[in-house]
Design a binder for this molecule. Structure first.
Ligand code: SF4
Ligand code: SF4
Length: 94
């Protein structure tokens, strides 16, 4: 799997807690519904995305609940993954 895209400044400043694989996400809204901190959102007809990264507690619920394994919660001490993210915390699967 290879990451691509633009680095989001807010994500770099606050750490990138969650990676969403746009190619695997089917837009079912389960992660959005279960996130206790309202971190995630999904535009109508679109894919899930990180909207409020600063509120994420890295609880892991979204990763557990996603039926398509499209979300990965980045460990708090994994600075390399945190700063190499893309807009909205998404990642392309290749
Ligand atoms: S639960 Fe998974 S497949 Fe469903 S919207 Fe969230 S990331 Fe996408
Ligand atoms: S790790 Fe927890 S707080 Fe962060 S986006 Fe996922 S469900 Fe929400």
């Amino acid at each position: 799997m290879q990451k691509s895209g633009n680095t989001c400044r807010a994500m770099v400043e606050n750490g990138r807690p969650v990676i969403i694989n746009d190619k695997w996400c089917k837009g079912c809204d389960i992660c959005v519904s279960f996130c206790p901190k309202n971190v995630l959102e999904r535009p109508e007809g679109g894919k899930a995305r990180v909207a409020r990264a600063e509120d994420c507690t890295r609880c892991g619920i979204c990763e557990i609940m996603c039926p398509d394994l499209a979300i990965q919660v980045v460990p708090a001490n994994d600075k390399k993954k945190e700063i190499s993210g893309t807009q909205g915390g998404s990642v392309d699967a290749k």
